[in-house]
Write a protein that binds this ligand. Structure first.
Ligand code: DGJ
Length: 731
């Protein structure tokens, strides 16, 4: 290389990788994310990897990288601004009051505090040297769990409003050699399908523009495996989720040096946000778990974090239930419901859940084309009201829960007739419906009051009400808010203010009713996110309850969510026997949506015993650690074990799901994991169908070392498709 070019290259060495000034390690028990300023005082991310024993060593990491910085910009900025030197995907893009679209952000200060004994919080302040705009980056860690929560706050001290065109939550940089991204996408009844791809140079974006029911076609969950495809028990991986219940955007950009930039946040699509002078905008959080022992450990960390620090009552109890949706759909009356309440008791579950169809009088809710918004009991179906049913349930010795979909409105409803201005719709265009309904404008405080009032009214009238199933079946079409218009606020605030309005309502509900369990339903997996799970105890993963599909669904969701949050109902979908269906649903929070009176005596006896068994081991499934043992994606069998925290008990579920695949794995023992090698465990098969016997030796005892190194063969086959084994420590 001619000397002049070599000289130029040295001069162009990217600032972020030399002349370090301030190094900011954000450490967990095993990992570190390291930020560092360069000679120009830009803040860069220089490392994400194993924690180093000597923190002084972090200062030298950047010296090993020599990526030239030419006119394509800086690659590893910790929060990449647009409009100045950067020409890659920005994390933030603004227009100043004078119309200038440039932003430059330089390091100002940082501090690390301990909000409590289990977490740390590092904040880093950046400021534009020309305009009075600052950005604070937040990194909260739960060191023991290797979980990081990252968000940003943009503050405007300029003389007028700043328009935020893009305002990401997090901007990360990884200089590894290759990256494998698994995203979780799909459609109605096929939600959360994993798709792994090797990232190539360019931008891979995963986003949604659906507004509400945002995760119907793709979720904000993702997995990045570094240097090799994701493995369950080895390799460096990051499992992440943007905790936002509206439009999101995840950008994975591989640059010309094959390094990865990850930018996650609210989708800027149609969402330019005007930030008044003196105000700040706080973004939602990106939450991630890091592991160098594959996805299994990353999931267990995330699941425990969720139970300990995020999900409402994450370490508490849940109610098993009988739901009437598939048993009756909209066709029920008081006597029918009374008999279902009696069946709830007979079955042995905790609660009867009344689903859709109980409301509306002028326009009765007898199908899905009317009455959303008219939350008064339908007098014909329920002449004595909900209160009567709650009393019936109490008399029968079970609890009573109810379905609502309070964010929605049917065009055939009194609410629509009275409050057209509460509806998201274009005033001069034809309406477009999703499931025959429209979405209420939650940016409007009056609508927030109304939605709060729906829940408050139910609890005020029926204090014994024990559960809410909160549905959300429509996306936002024709996004337009009469309220924002009246306030002279930009329409581009609607997607953001809708979600904030929803959170405000939920804050109020939880302030008044802190404990009542609530299920987050969205016609399936439209809504399972860690922001809403602050207010909800559980979520409904999919309307597809066919149990073989559920094996895959539950496996896929378990990468991110603990079993206690995942509602799994036994229904009549598919051709699998009742044992298979109940066993599959027992891997999460168990419920039933069947006609109990249609069950054969043996099926009923099986269910009753299986519920008793579930009550015996639910503590392990809900609060223990999950080990994914055999993937249904790669085998004709699937196996998962849950192990109690003290390793004294475990329960192992194994299914045979595909007889078309010749797969020798079912002929071999399946090694368990997470047990104590020194403990002895007695293994007993439970959930046996009446009249059948286990093919395994009864109550045999094995050492934990044997079970984890050699394994157990549950003996699943086309004739024995589902096996549940309980492992109990023997003294
Ligand atoms: C969609 C849900 O996923 C179902 O479980 C049921 O509640 C229906 N909505 C009711 O309309």
């Amino acid at each position: 290389m001619p000397i002049v070019y070599r000289l130029l290259t040295v001069l162009l060495l990217i600032g972020g990788y030399s002349h370090a000034q301030t190094t900011i390690p954000i450490e967990t028990a095993d990992f570190a994310v390291v930020l560092q300023t360069d000679k120009s005082n830009y803040l860069n991310m220089v490392y994400c990897g194993k924690k180093l024993p000597q923190s002084a060593d972090y200062g030298g990491i950047a010296d090993g990288y020599q990526f030239p910085s030419d006119n394509s910009g800086s690659y590893n900025n910790a929060y990449t601004p647009a409009g100045t030197w950067n020409l890659v995907e920005p994390a933030i893009q603004v227009t100043h009051p004078d119309g200038n679209p440039s932003l430059d952000l330089k390091y100002v200060s940082h501090q690390t505090t301990r909000p409590d004994a289990n977490s740390t919080l590092t904040t880093v302040k950046l400021a534009d040297p020309v305009y009075k705009l600052t950005v604070t980056l937040f990194y909260k860690t739960w060191p023991k769990l290797n979980v990081v929560e990252q968000w940003s706050e943009i503050s405007n001290a300029e003389k007028g409003p700043v328009v935020l065109q893009k305002y990401a939550s997090a901007n990360l940089f990884f200089p590894n050699k290759s990256f494998y991204l698994t995203s979780f996408q799909g459609t109605y009844l096929k939600e959360m399908q994993p798709m792994e791809e090797k990232l190539q140079q360019g931008l891979r974006t995963i986003d949604t523009k659906l507004g509400t029911r945002a995760m119907l076609l793709g979720t904000p969950n993702f997995m990045v495996a570094f240097d090799k495809p994701a493995q369950e028990n080895s390799g460096m991986v990051m499992l992440g989720q943007l905790a936002w219940s509206g439009n999101y955007k995840l950008d994975f950009e591989i640059d010309s040096y094959q390094t990865l930039r990850l930018i996650a946040g609210i989708n800027p699509y149609a969402s330019a946000y005007t930030l008044p002078t003196g105000k700040s905008f706080t973004t939602p959080s990106l939450i991630y778990s890091l592991s160098d022992q594959g996805t299994g450990l990353a999931s267990r960390q995330l699941q425990r974090w969720a139970r300990d620090y995020r999900v409402l009552d994450g370490n508490g109890s849940r109610l098993t239930l009988l739901n009437n949706w598939e048993a009756t759909y909209f066709d029920f009356d008081e006597p029918k419901l009374s008999s279902l309440i009696a069946d709830t008791k007979k079955l042995g579950v905790d609660m009867f859940l009344l689903d859709d169809g109980w409301f509306g009088n002028k326009y009765p809710r007898n199908s899905d084309n009317a009455a959303l918004g008219d939350w008064q009991e339908n007098k014909k179906k329920l002449p004595n009201g909900i209160g009567y049913l709650v009393k019936e349930a109490t008399k029968a010795g079970v609890k009573f829960g109810i379905w609502i979909e309070p964010e929605m409105v049917s065009p055939k409803s009194e609410l629509y007739e009275k409050h057209l201005d509460w509806v998201i719709r274009q005033p001069d265009r034809p309406e477009k419906y999703y499931r025959n309904q429209l979405v209420l404008d939650l940016s409007n405080p009056q609508v927030q009051d109304f939605v709060f009032g729906v829940v408050d009214g139910l609890f005020t009238k029926n204090p014994e009400l024990a559960f809410i199933k909160w549905d959300c079946n429509a996306v936002i079409y024709n996004a337009y808010s009469a309220w924002l218009n009246k306030q002279k606020l930009p329409q581009s605030h609607l997607y953001v203010e809708y979600v904030r309005g929803l959170y405000k309502v939920l804050e109020r509900i939880r302030a008044k009713y802190p404990k009542v369990p609530m299920m987050l339903c969205s016609g399936g997996g439209g809504r399972g996110d860690y922001e809403l799970l602050k207010y909800f105890t559980e979520f409904w993963p999919s309307d597809d309850t066919e149990p073989v599909e559920r094996i895959f669904q539950q496996w896929n969701y378990s990468y991110f969510f603990p079993a206690i949050t995942t509602d799994c109902h036994v229904t009549d979908w598919g051709k699998q026997p009742i044992k298979f269906r109940v066993d599959v649903a027992s891997m999460g929070k168990l419920g039933f949506d069947v006609v109990v009176s249609h069950l054969s005596p043996n099926d009923l006896a099986f269910c009753q015993q299986a519920i008793k068994n579930y009550n015996g081991f639910k503590d392990i499934v809900w609060h223990g650690d999950q080990y994914r043992l055999l993937s249904p994606h790669e085998n004709s069998a699937m196996s998962v074990a849950y192990v109690s925290e003290d390793k004294a008990k475990a329960v192992m579920f194994t299914y045979f799901h595909d007889s078309r695949v010749v797969d020798t794995n079912t002929k071999r023992p399946i090694p368990l994991a997470g047990l104590d090698p020194a403990k002895q465990y007695q293994v007993t098969e439970i959930n046996l169908y009446p009249g059948t016997k286990s093919t395994l030796e009864d109550s045999k005892t094995y050492s934990g070392a044997f079970l984890m190194n050699v394994g157990l063969n549950p003996d699943v086959s086309a004739r024995r498709t589902s096996v549940v084994l309980q492992l109990t420590q023997v003294p």
